[in-house]
Design a protein. Structure first.
Length: 119
């Protein structure tokens, strides 16, 4: 069984920074991280940042220039560096990835980490 575990969320003032981590654990064979999503109550989960297996990245317009997605393949970990945070970035952030399980890839979600931007 594979788990994705997010960490690094919390309360931060507007203009501040946070770094989220998503660590894959369990019987890891090959994990392809997809990206970071976020969700606020009453709204659909939205894509924040995505990273391909080749390392290409793309971002939601609302976070371009402020957020950076990266990964460390040796540690089976993906990151989201969030700078210049705004109150509208407040949400539960989820990581997503695909794990090779012999006959195909299976998609996994983390449990989510709360990010609150408030003075």
């Amino acid at each position: 069984q594979v788990q994705l575990v997010e960490s690094g969320g919390g309360l931060v003032q507007p203009g501040g920074s946070l770094r989220l981590s998503c660590a894959a654990s369990g019987n890891i064979f090959r994990i392809n991280f997809v990206g970071w999503y976020r969700q606020v109550p009453g709204k659909e989960r939205e894509l924040v940042a995505r990273i391909t297996s080749g390392g290409n990245t793309n971002y939601a317009d609302s976070v371009k220039g402020r957020f950076t997605i990266s990964r460390d393949n040796a540690k089976n970990t993906m990151y989201l560096q969030m700078n210049s945070l705004k109150p509208e970035d407040t949400a539960v952030y989820y990581c997503n990835g695909n794990h090779w399980e012999g006959i195909g890839f299976r998609n996994y979600w983390g449990q989510g980490t709360q990010v609150t931007v408030s003075s």
